[in-house]
Design a binder for this molecule. Structure first.
Ligand code: FES
Ligand SMILES: [Fe+2]
Length: 454
């Protein structure tokens, strides 16, 4: 099906969101809509291009691909991080592929043109055989791409007119600065090919409404927080808390790190009040303190978790438009990135991040070979999410299904994301997109639909 130009949102976007809590299904498979995103979204946004531990030393590079664009991120001689379009200026060959280490610069494998780590052309073989106009100085250096560093990652933007990174990713950046996310390192990294649209994949993580049905093991039984305080048993409460931490640790593959589960286990015999509110507060505060003390005791950099709690920042998921997540819990975090491979195919990556004593950080993580969505090595909780996705992608093609009916009160994370996307597809200037970006770069869970200013 192609774009029906009779159906446009108030912003004039074909298949745009007309009613904030109703998302037209065509956005998840229509080829023209996908092309609009390719032309109007991806070339204008800051994208997490690689983890900095992938390129620790001078000359280390990592290739970042988005749709048909390939960008080289490289550690330059001055220990800075720079990015270039990955095309030799002679006949367009990609000068690098994947990841690696360069001695002093890039050498194109076709005819041997050379470039420094700063992208400057340093050698053209048989230069005299070229006419002057094909060897103009400014035309034969690698084309630079905007690149900034934040939160342990290198970020790129293909739009030279976009505001600086930080302006586009607040308040996400400030919240995760308070979490000291920049001192986390990759413990493992996996990737998955999902047979669904990138937005559909991402939206499985932009709300919490699905937890009851999809992940019943994550629902804490009510009997541990009973309405009748007299029925409260501190010991059963602690058992349930520890059980939950084990499920999160094993089921999510490390979102709650095994180190922190061990610290929590050591708290098992803590004295707790028989008043449920007090007991819960004491448990959470002392577990936070114990985790912080354990990690500081071995020299790792970790924020005071109770201070984060008081500041209202101790939440378990933060989203950064258009495709990046950090999910912190105690000392560690999961991190997600979603990239479109086609209208109905997505590459999702998961990093497990944690803190190490200085000098004990692991080496650069190995780039993962993408797994199928039903690979049995995937931890149980993402497996549950992935199992719904292909059924959803198929189901929304059916003629009788028109649009997603979102909960205005608790699925606003999805509605706000989709409407921010429409702002880009409508070509709104950055000053008009700023409020939407600030509204969407937050914890998306249990969020209502909010006013985006357009
Ligand atoms: S294409 Fe690179 S040197 Fe010819
Ligand atoms: Fe889930």
């Amino acid at each position: 099906m192609t774009v029906d130009h009779r159906r446009r949102s108030p912003l004039g976007v074909p298949f745009g969101v007309e009613v904030p809590d109703r998302i037209p299904k065509e956005r998840y498979y229509d080829a023209d809509f996908f092309e609009m995103e390719s032309d109007l979204l991806w070339p204008r946004v800051w994208q997490m291009a690689c983890r900095l531990e992938e390129i620790p030393g001078v000359g280390d590079f990592a290739e970042y691909e988005i749709l048909d664009q390939s960008v080289i991120v490289v550690r330059t001689a001055g220990n800075e991080v720079a990015a270039f379009q990955n095309s030799c200026r002679h006949r367009g060959v990609k000068v690098v592929e994947g990841r690696g280490k360069l001695k002093s610069g890039f050498t194109c494998p076709f005819h041997g043109w050379c470039y420094g780590l700063d992208g400057k052309n340093t050698f053209v073989s048989k230069a005299k055989s070229f006419s002057e106009h094909n060897l103009e100085r400014a035309d034969i250096d690698l084309v630079p791409v905007r690149c900034e560093v934040w939160g342990g990652c290198a970020w790129i933007n293909l739009d030279d007119t976009a505001p600086p990174l930080r302006q586009c990713i607040e308040p996400f950046a400030s919240i995760l600065d308070a979490w000291k996310v920049e001192s986390m390192r990759t413990e493992w990294w996996e990737s998955f090919r999902l047979p669904v649209n990138w937005k559909l994949a991402q939206e499985a993580f932009l709300e919490q409404y699905h937890v009851i049905e999809t992940h019943p093991e994550l629902v804490i039984p009510k009997r541990f927080a009973p309405r009748d305080p007299a029925a409260f048993d501190p010991k059963s409460f602690v058992d349930a808390e520890l059980h939950y931490l084990h499920v999160m640790s094993e089921g999510m593959g490390g979102m709650v790190h095994a180190n922190d589960v061990a610290v929590a286990e050591a708290q098992r015999d803590i004295e707790l009040s028989s008043d449920p509110t007090q007991a819960m507060a004491t448990w959470h505060a002392s577990l936070n303190d114990a985790v912080v003390a354990w990690h500081r005791g071995r020299g790792a950099d970790i924020p005071d978790l109770n201070e984060l709690e008081e500041a209202g920042l101790n939440e378990t998921m933060f989203y950064c438009f258009p495709h990046y997540f950090v999910l912190p819990m105690y000392s560690s975090a999961s991190s997600y990135r979603f990239r479109p491979l086609g209208p109905e195919e997505t590459l999702m990556e998961i990093w497990s991040l944690t803190r190490y004593p200085p000098g004990q950080e692991p080496g650069p993580p190995q780039p993962p070979e993408p797994r199928a969505f039903d690979d049995e090595r995937i931890p149980p909780i993402p497996t549950q999410d992935f199992s719904n996705l292909p059924r959803q992608q198929k189901g929304l093609h059916n003629a009788g299904f028109e649009y997603m009916r979102l909960s205005e009160g608790i699925e606003g994370g999805i509605a706000n994301f989709e409407r921010t996307l429409d702002g880009f597809l409508a070509g709104l200037p950055f000053d008009q997109l700023a409020a939407a970006l600030r509204a969407v770069n937050v914890n998306p869970l249990e969020r209502p639909v909010v006013d985006l200013g357009f």
